[in-house]
Ligand binder design. Sequence first.
Ligand code: MN
Length: 475
Amino acid sequence: MLNIITYLDSSQDRELIQRAFEFGKNAHAGQKRLSGEPYITHCEAVAAKLTEWKLDAATVAAGFLHDVLEDTEITKERLEKEFGREIAFLVDGVTKLKKIQYRDTAMATTAATLMKMIFAMTEDIRVMLIKLADRWHNLTTLQFLPAERQHLTAVESIEIYAPIAERLGMGEQKGQIEDLAFPYAYPGEYRKLMRLVGKSYKKRTRYLLTIKPKLLRHLAEKNIRPLDLHMRVKHYFSLWQKLQRPEIEGDPERVHDLVAIRIIVPDVSGCYLTLGHIHQLWRPLPGKFSDFIALPKPNGYRSLHTKVFANRGQIVEIQIRTPQMHRQAELGIAAHWAYSEKGKPETVVASLQELQWVSKLREWKETIHDPEEFLESIKLELFRNRIFVLTPKGDVKELPREATPVDFAYKIHQDLGAHCGGAKVNGRIVPINYQLQTGQIVEIIPDKKRQPSLDWLTFVKTANARRHIRTILHH
Ligand code: MN
């Protein structure tokens, strides 16, 4: 609690955080986690994580409150009265996301759709960040859950939440989520990996520490003094995935970046200079150099990566970047909410261009120049023309906006469409021209006697439904 308070330099923010903490504590009073700890410890951990990402006070406050709508008597109205619209909106958003659950681990294609659906439901990216912090903490306490839920949560985390973190450019978070989930999702593989590489990590780290002084001395001679030089240890799950590649043949000795050297230098030209001097010291492996500064990854990742033959001919991966690139690589989109020294959100100018995937997904024709406008567009308009609804069995169906039960029925099968007698949405009967919304569970009531009529054409939204209706009408 204390460290959360002290990083906020406005007393107003501090007061808000304190109030959110007290409110959450009272709301969850008497509730316990499966670990036996008071429930509020979970909320504190989530808020602490959001603080670590240096998010704004409203988000941290929402972290303390993120479970009150779901698990206590508190209503959204009450929350809004106490904390204002923004915080109530964030908490409500997180609560809505909980309704989307991974039901069938066998359906590999669903993971992608589910991820899209989560994006579609997230109007404010901060909701997703709270969700990621929440998931991260739940994974750290997974040992207290019954085995079946451990497995489902772990697989869901790897299939859905880790890719979301990756899309948001949060590399470190992605790695942590995967590594926490790995032993529960794929226990056999995890044990096998530990047996295989347990010693390799230590061996590699020890070797790199022996070459570190020589590297630093060489750079110092060229007047390069890195701000930091540290060992980057590859996350287990990503190592496991790499070992499956045909050219690696499951041999950890062939994974050259098991432990890599990471060098932080003050500026971009320093990155290239450092690279040049390293290549003079140690011969680079042909074709193994990547310039992610000139050509950033789609999620905004920037760095120089090279592989060299170091002492005794050992292959070593070296990554070079500036502090800003490092922050972006660790925090991704969260880096843009970070507080400046004055306690106000930093302006986010280049961010949209950096996050190429955002602009791709948005299919936005116009570029945004105004940072204010970017903050507005935090309300993710991804897939704004699509909705995602569920079948009673939990399959996700993607439809255009304003699609109706008839469109949904035709999407499942043309016969079901043709005999669409009625529909239930979240268990309640609705007219067949009802406009569906993301997150709803839709059930079609078939009626053998029902036939498509001309007026169906006035409300259906999919070409597929329209085509089938026309065919029947023309007979
Ligand atoms: Mn929670």
